[in-house]
Design a protein around this ligand. Structure first.
Ligand code: HPA
Length: 273
């Protein structure tokens, strides 16, 4: 981690902000609409921020939006960086370091994921209880900067139990069914083979996607409390007798948009921050 680059990026963003954000939001495929709900938004395109990579996937916007959401100061990433785009793990997680430097104490990480657990349905929202890093890499490999976090971070409670309880309460209050489960992070960009999906199920995974794990690792390294939400956009390969398409992923996230928005807004209003 290059401290000079980090400080250049965060001081550029800080100069535009009026207030210190408390909650970071990483908005996954098709879920960026939450950013449009932020009041008095300050929008900062990634391309304006020194040392920020640029996002390349359709459906991912590529900007930071800071402002007020449900009475809380938030900063949202509308669009994230994926390892499969060719970015290094350090680049993928750079925005988390920046948001930490801006002052966030909590982060809500969202993604679209394939359902491995056969009791799930496309359109379900899943609270992530734990993850499996199946990416064959780790953003913390390399010299450790003790000021940013410990050499050997504990991941035994990466997904904050108290936040999961709050989120479950919120789901009850607004009357939506939610799932809970283990997220497996693969590199992508291919979807899995049916044999791989059977293997991932045997590993203990409930959902599989191509993001989130690096950002959560760095968040925990930095002492940020994490809540993770997957939108089950499709059943993983081989479960249903049909091919997977990015189109289906986007279509499902579009369909659950309202539930997703209501749910996350309720959570933000409830979190004691
Ligand atoms: N596999 C991996 N990543 C995904 C999937 C999937 O089935 N759906 C959405 N992202």
């Amino acid at each position: 981690m290059n401290r000079t680059e980090l400080l250049e990026a965060s001081s550029y963003v800080k100069r535009q902000l009026k207030e210190t954000p408390k909650i970071g939001l990483i908005l996954g495929s098709g879920l960026g609409v939450l950013g449009d709900e932020i009041e008095e938004p300050i929008v900062i395109p990634y391309s304006d921020i020194p040392h920020f990579p640029e996002s390349t996937v359709a459906g991912h916007k590529g900007q930071l939006i800071a402002g007020n959401l449900e009475g809380k100061q938030v900063i949202a990433m509308q669009g994230r960086f994926h390892y499969y785009e060719g970015y290094s793990m350090e680049q993928v997680t750079f925005p988390v370091r920046v948001m930490k430097d801006l002052g966030i104490e909590s982060i809500i990480v969202t993604n679209a994921a394939g359902g491995i657990n056969e009791s799930f349905n496309p359109g379900d929202l899943m609270l992530i209880t734990d993850h499996i890093n199946n990416m064959g890499n780790n953003p913390l490999i390399g010299k450790n900067d003790e000021e940013l976090g410990p050499r050997f971070p504990d991941l035994s409670q990466s997904y904050d139990r108290e936040y999961i309880r709050y989120a479950e309460e919120c789901a009850k209050e607004i009357g939506i069914q939610i799932q809970k489960g283990v997220y497996i992070g693969n590199t992508g960009p291919t979807y899995e083979t049916p044999a791989e999906v059977r293997m991932l199920r045997a590993f203990g995974g409930d959902a599989v996607g191509m993001s989130t794990v690096p950002e959560v690792i760095v968040s925990r390294h930095a002492g940020i409390r994490v809540l993770g939400i997957s939108c089950i956009s499709n059943m993983a390969a081989g479960i249903l007798d049909q091919p997977l398409t990015h189109h289906e992923v986007m279509e499902t996230t579009e369909r659950v948009r309202e539930n997703f928005l209501t749910f996350v807004k309720k959570i933000i209003s409830t979190l004691p921050l």
